[in-house]
Design a protein around this ligand. Structure first.
Ligand SMILES: [Zn+2]
Length: 349
């Protein structure tokens, strides 16, 4: 049966007399794309330079080291602990990672996972072991913590990451947000609702159909490594695009084996390296799970990486504006097919 995935886009054109070309008539194209699942729209316009110069981060890294609460000399004395009744020992350690409550929580259960004792981990050589330790310690926390709060209700085990200041991180030291919540956020809630409707209508898993469609067209496909299938979404999220890793037949983080996590981390290391070759040095990352204990019938677990930039490094102008905040419209400066081509060229598996 053919996958019922619909890729919808509108082309827009504007004309003006261009001062950069002796005021000759010039035409500029914008494209609006609609997400095949939710119809959320993205504009692709203002095409960016091919490669940006990576900034020298030495000064920022050095200046932030002395007072970092997550460095080994401070972490045990300045970070909070959970009550024994909630988590035995108060904190978790796994490999080089540590997990404890967020002093500034977003929910009932809102932890931080410091993925490495290293203050700075470079995007062009993100250590696979740090990614493995970070994801694994979150997975262990979701199992070990007091789960009584969630009994009989829908809860979501979320792991997200703001890496470096353009992505919203106030601290350089790499740390994941680990959230156990009845409210997974608007984006995931809308997706899960839309996937349920899709399942009702077609008796099929949306992501399964999407993957088949992407794999057969190939223009946004990146590759497979271990349990994860990597591709670039048709309707972009970030200004420099984004990439998804979907986990067929798995619903939540609890469904990932140690091998799945390691192979995913190897894929992520590879993707981050390629992005960094284009001068990128910051990203948002998150897993999008089904509710705890769900079977993978309607929603497959996936992860999304969204590179973030200062659009003008002179002024530190951010890449989110009224578009994203007020009218909830995504804007991208790179075609998804171009992002996919770059990621495929760097794909080493
Ligand atoms: Zn540090």
């Amino acid at each position: 049966m053919a996958a019922p995935i619909q890729y919808r886009k509108d082309k827009k054109r504007t004309e003006f007399l261009d001062p950069r070309n002796e005021y000759k008539l010039s035409e500029v194209e914008t494209e609006i794309r609609y997400d095949p699942l939710t119809s959320t729209s993205s504009r692709i316009c203002h095409f960016s330079r091919d490669k940006m110069d990576p900034p020298d981060l030495t000064e920022m890294v050095e200046a932030s080291t002395g007072f970092c609460p997550f460095c080994p000399e401070h972490i045990d004395t300045v970070t909070p602990k959970y009550p024994e009744s909630f988590l035995e020992g108060g904190r978790l350690s796994l490999g080089d990672a540590k997990l404890f409550p967020n002093l500034f929580p977003y929910d009932d259960v809102s932890a931080l996972a410091i993925i490495s004792s290293q203050h700075y981990l470079p995007m062009d050589d993100m250590p696979v072991q740090a990614l493995v330790d970070g994801i694994s310690i979150a997975q262990e926390f979701f199992l070990k913590k007091d789960n009584s709060q969630a009994l009989g209700k829908k809860f979501y085990s979320m792991v997200t990451w703001n890496y470096m200041p353009p992505a919203g991180s106030s601290l350089i030291h790499p740390h994941l947000q680990v959230l156990h919540t009845s409210n997974p956020g608007n984006a995931l809630r809308r997706e899960i609702e839309a996937e349920s409707c899709y399942y009702e209508e077609h008796q099929r898993n949306y992501m399964e159909d999407l993957i088949k469609s992407e794999q057969s067209s190939g223009e946004r496909w990146v590759g497979t490594h271990g349990a994860a299938q990597w591709f670039v979404p048709f309707s972009p999220t970030g200004i420099i695009g984004d990439v998804i890793a979907a986990f067929p037949g798995k619903a939540t983080l609890a469904d990932l084996s140690a091998d799945d996590i390691r192979e995913f981390a190897e894929g992520m290391n590879n993707i981050l390296k390629t992005f960094s070759e284009y001068g990128l040095w910051s990203f948002n990352f998150g897993f999008f799970p089904a509710a705890d204990g769900s079977d993978p019938k309607e929603h497959w677990l996936y992860a999304r990486i969204v590179p973030r930039i200062f659009v003008n490094p002179m002024t530190n102008a951010g890449d989110a504006s009224y578009m994203q905040f007020l009218i909830e419209e995504r804007v991208a400066m790179v075609y998804p097919e171009v992002t996919a081509e770059r990621l495929r060229a760097g794909w080493k598996f």
